[in-house]
Design a protein around this ligand. Structure first.
Ligand SMILES: Cc1cc2nc3c(=O)[nH]c(=O)nc-3n(C[C@H](O)[C@H](O)[C@H](O)COP(=O)(O)O)c2cc1C
Length: 401
């Protein structure tokens, strides 16, 4: 089956000698019934013409950030929204460097920075350029931002030298893109539920008790799930975070609301409970604001333990139940205890006593405790929460498959 049929690819061609190979790439995509729009950088036009690209792609070629006609028809933001995936081939050392800095001085770099899609790069350049420490650093940076790098290959170069730097052959680029869509399709059958953020337990209409949580890790997990093709529901306590439109977002405030929303949105194949749910709520919430001079004695009662409920509920239990444990001490002991007591499959523990990671930070370092005979644990060293999420979801996919 042709899994590329009707897929939309935004192809960005940069100014390198292998730009001519992109014409072959367009031809191969068209044979697979792919819809293509192309951006040529100013320098790409030194190597291929807009006319040849349009003729082959039967799609429009864009080249100017400040073209009023283009902007009316499809502006620089809509271009990446239109696409299912963005492919830069060839990706020059110059464009790679610009992307690693976040520069946006032309249409291509602006569209890429504004993109909400997965971005593939097929670098092509002279071997020395490729091996240069700056290029290596830039590529590693782009990898850490989630860009997917195809190649380059080793071989004879147009400049007469030999080495690594040749653009991957069009047929192999096409195969990589096919594998990507195949992978997304496989995961489409999976439904995921994620909880994130804190809960607010009201004392009176203006005061509440809460737990410290930014929600960033949970939101990043939902994003990774959607990116990998899962139908994803995110149940979020109060946060200021934005999320992708293709995530079903349910905003709640209290632990009771989060509990009900969780029940309403099961079954799922995987549930990840990263929310910092308040263990307690106020037994008798006051309807009117308590005055300073009033005598107050707060009586607390326990909230439902959502993770525990779902893990032990036979008919609702997802195939994979993952809990989070934010710990300040004895992380291993506490994580293992939680894993057993709550009957979940994995516990992801992080040390929140370290201020540079966890809570408000964009970085995290976690250990995954797997429930098996010996309770194996695996550490994911410090990196961006988005990267931690991608790594966790890769493991989820492996487990579900
Ligand atoms: C004949 C010729 C071939 C070139 N080939 C490459 C190449 O394969 N890879 C590369 O990174 N730069 C190559 N360059 C240099 C780029 O064209 C130059 O860095 C340019 O600024 C890239 O612009 P762009 O990234 O906006 O497309 C070549 C230059 C010339 C004159």
């Amino acid at each position: 089956m042709n899994n590329l049929s009707k897929k939309k690819i935004l192809l960005i061609i940069c100014g390198g000698i292998s730009a001519y190979k992109s014409l072959e790439l367009i031809r191969l995509f068209k044979k697979k019934d792919v819809e293509i729009k192309t951006i040529l950088t100013k320098n790409a036009k030194e190597f291929v013409t807009s006319l040849s690209v349009t003729s082959l792609s039967q799609g429009k070629v864009y080249d100017d950030l400040f073209n009023a006609n283009n902007e009316v028809e499809m502006d620089h933001i809509s271009l990446s929204r239109w696409a299912d995936v963005v492919l830069i081939a060839p990706a020059t050392a110059n464009t790679i460097s610009k992307l690693s800095l976040g520069s946006t001085d032309d249409l291509a770099s602006t569209v890429i920075l504004a993109s909400n899609k997965d971005i593939f790069l097929a670098p092509a350049m002279n071997v020395r350029m490729w091996e240069h420490v700056t290029t290596k650093k830039n590529i590693n940076k782009l990898k850490s931002y989630g860009y997917k790098i195809i190649g380059p290959q080793i071989g004879d170069m147009a400049c007469g030298e030999f080495g690594e730097g040749k653009m991957t052959e069009p047929n192999d680029i096409l195969k990589e893109i096919e594998i990507y869509f195949d992978y997304l399709n496989k995961n489409k059958k999976f439904k995921a539920l994620v909880t994130a953020g804190p809960t607010n337990e009201y004392i009176d209409p203006v005061r509440f008790i809460t737990n410290k949580s930014s929600g960033k890790q949970g939101y990043a997990l939902a994003k990774s799930l959607v990116k990998k093709g899962f139908k994803t529901t995110l149940i979020s306590g109060p946060t200021n975070l934005k999320t992708d439109h293709n995530i079903k977002l349910i905003k709640v405030e209290t632990a009771d609301e989060m509990f009900r929303a969780t029940q309403d949105n099961l079954p799922a194949d995987v549930a990840i409970f990263s929310a910092a749910v308040s263990d307690f709520k106020i037994k008798e919430k006051k309807n009117k604001k308590i005055k300073k001079q009033d005598y107050i004695n707060l009586e607390l009662e326990k909230n439902n333990d959502i993770l525990n409920y779902v893990s032990k509920h036979n008919s609702l239990r997802p195939k994979l139940v993952i809990g989070f444990a934010a710990e300040t001490n004895e992380i291993k002991i506490n994580a293992k205890k939680k894993l057993l007591e709550k009957n979940c499959d994995w516990i992801i523990a992080n040390d929140v006593s370290n201020k540079s990671i966890g809570f408000d930070s964009d970085f995290n370092e976690v250990s995954i405790f797997y429930k098996n005979e010996k309770i194996k644990d695996e550490k994911l060293t410090m990196k961006k929460k988005s990267e931690i999420s991608d790594e966790i979801i890769d493991r989820v996919i492996k487990q579900l498959n």
